[in-house]
Write a new protein. Sequence first.
Length: 156
Amino acid sequence: MSLMPLILAAFAVYLRYLIEHPEPSKEFPPLGFWEVLSTTLFNGQLLFYAMSFVAAVVWYSSADLKRDFPLRIYFWLISLAFCVVCATVIGIDPTSNKIAIGPVKVTSIVVYLTSAVLYLLILMFRQLDPADVDRDFRDGEDETERSLRELRESAK
């Protein structure tokens, strides 16, 4: 999952700051882009983003239950643990104003990077064949239609 939306949001905040405060002063010292980016990422935004990555890992690891995937249970357990950690951090401070940035930063980075590694491992196990939602739905519809046809024929 790309971090581009978070980086663009930080860039927008940075541009707004530059437009509103073109001249540095004591009240508004010069602000660097990296400061804005780190504040954006590590104030909880990356944590929310990492949660969506965890959901993708769970979905991909369980999307094809027919295929043999030996590490599935471990991926689910790791994802469950991440969900508990993220929900706890977010639940304690949904606005990310009370918790120190350090623990949120470390948690965000660990969850995001680990989820990325798990995601890549899943793709490797699935032979670089990412799940195709449209195909899965079509296959399910075809199966349902075939079952209905068989039921109709057996009822005649």
